[in-house]
Design a protein around this ligand. Structure first.
Ligand SMILES: [Zn+2]
Length: 451
């Protein structure tokens, strides 16, 4: 007797789509049936006409707990994720009090969030100037990757210089870890920002000009060279521009152990949205031109960009205000809930691309590269029964009210499209149905990197 049988759905793996029925027992995928035989199951769900994906893995989100819970917290962020079809989130180590730089902080963060998570979660570790001696212990407790910046994020999130990055990669290589980078050259940005402020050029266009593509490109080239020399796996966060993607493509051909991600906002929006509507569209790197945006998708399709992540980066409403100027407004877009529906509409409905690409870049690849693919990111028998069912005919319109975030604001509000997640299952239990959380007690758990 199965616990749940989802009958006659289009099963979407990263390679193909096949009509079949998926059986779940004890939290695992236990069988996949391709003929219409009679089977016993406690719950039978009709999947006719729907796409069944492995639960999404959002490999880049800021849930801000502990410490910054006026912006977002695990309770709201993971409920939003569940409604959107995400079953595992990889949470970032900054906007965390303190930054997640040691084993003790890893353990206290886990104790803090474990009773609030509606989906499973993994932790990024910090990679800052003062924790190079902690990287190994962080890896031992299950940290999936380490995040570093070229520019200061907060007083305790210090940027590494290239010498320090080189040393960090030599350490991370020893345990075959993954070092991730926000790639924007600090020298260019601070120089341009200071100049703009001094000359009172404080408009939206001035902000865009202060973060040119070349800043992103220089930072990525540095990481490529350091990765090549140190033979350490590196990951480029939120690639915003095709020129940057082209550099990553060349590095991959050269054998550099590099992976990359982009976000729905870089594929759907462009600088005109930011120029017209302001801070709600502010992110870093910034939105690029509509021509750049159109080209970026080619690099997702050809495998250069390995994954699409939300970079869910919420804030309190007053932090998005432009009263103190666009340079001071919060940079970050909330999107953990809307990734699947917006990418289904953009990739499948509008571009005619196979839904398999969604499975690949939003589930299978993140699981593989972040080392959690033993249990996550596939429809294989024995894997965790993390499932999302999408109705391709359901039309949607994103409203503030439909968002489960603590702060119901997002650049995606107002967007319309077709194809909506209607059922999310986490380890064999239905956690969300038709936009509502169905499981009152959160039971998300920590997923450690396999060692
Ligand atoms: Zn981020």
């Amino acid at each position: 007797m199965f616990d749940i049988l989802i009958k006659n759905a289009n099963l979407v793996t990263s390679e193909k789509i096949k009509l079949g029925s998926l059986a779940i027992k004890d939290g695992k995928i236990i069988d996949i049936l391709f003929d219409n035989c009679e089977v016993n199951s406690k719950i039978i769900i009709d999947g006719t006409g729907k796409y069944l994906f492995p639960g999404l893995i959002d490999a880049h989100a800021h849930l801000n707990e502990p410490g910054f819970t006026t912006r977002e917290d695990f309770y709201h962020g993971t409920r939003a994720a569940a409604v959107g079809g995400v079953t595992t989130v990889i949470d970032m180590p900054m906007q965390n009090e303190p930054a997640l730089y040691s084993k003790d902080i890893f353990l206290s963060k886990e104790a803090c969030v474990s009773s609030k998570a509606y989906i499973d979660y993994s932790f990024y570790g910090a990679l800052v100037t003062y924790n190079l001696n902690n990287l190994e212990e962080l890896n031992s407790c299950g940290t999936v990757a380490f995040k570093s910046f070229f520019a200061p994020v907060s007083p305790d999130y210090t940027p590494l210089n290239t010498g320090e990055i080189r040393t960090a990669l030599s350490i991370i290589r020893k345990f075959d870890g993954l070092a991730s980078f926000h790639c924007e050259d600090y020298n260019i940005i601070t120089y341009e920002q200071n100049k703009a402020i001094k000359e009172s050029r404080l408009g939206r266009r001035d902000f865009l000009n202060s973060r040119p593509v070349v800043a992103e490109l220089i930072a990525v080239k540095n990481i490529i060279e350091l990765s090549k020399e140190q033979d350490c796996r590196v990951h480029i966060c939120h690639v915003s521009h095709p020129v940057v993607a082209e550099e990553i493509k060349k590095a991959k051909i050269d054998g550099v152990r590099i992976t990359a991600e982009t976000c729905p906002h870089y594929l759907i929006f462009d600088e005109n949205d930011f120029l017209a509507k302001g801070a709600i569209f502010k992110c870093a790197p910034p939105l690029r031109t509509s021509k750049d945006k159109e080209k970026l998708i080619d690099y997702v399709c050809d495998g250069t960009i390995d994954m699409i992540v939300s970079d869910h980066s919420p804030c309190a409403p007053e932090e998005k205000s432009e009263d103190m100027g666009i340079f001071n407004a919060w940079g970050g877009i909330s999107g953990i809930q809307t990734g699947l529906q917006t990418m289904y509409d953009y990739l499948v409905v509008k571009k005619g691309i196979s839904p398999s690409l969604i499975s690949k870049v939003m589930s299978t690849n993140p699981a593989k590269h972040f080392g959690i693919d033993k249990k996550k990111g596939s429809l294989k028998i024995g894997a965790d029964a993390d499932i999302v069912l999408l109705d391709p005919n359901k039309e949607w319109n994103i409203t503030c009210d439909s968002l489960k975030y603590l702060n119901k604001q997002s650049a995606f509000v107002g967007l319309e499209g077709t194809g909506l997640p209607v059922l999310t299952i986490l380890r064999g239990k239905i956690i969300s149905e038709n936009g509502c959380i169905t499981k009152n007690t959160p039971y998300g758990q920590l997923i450690k990197r396999k060692l």
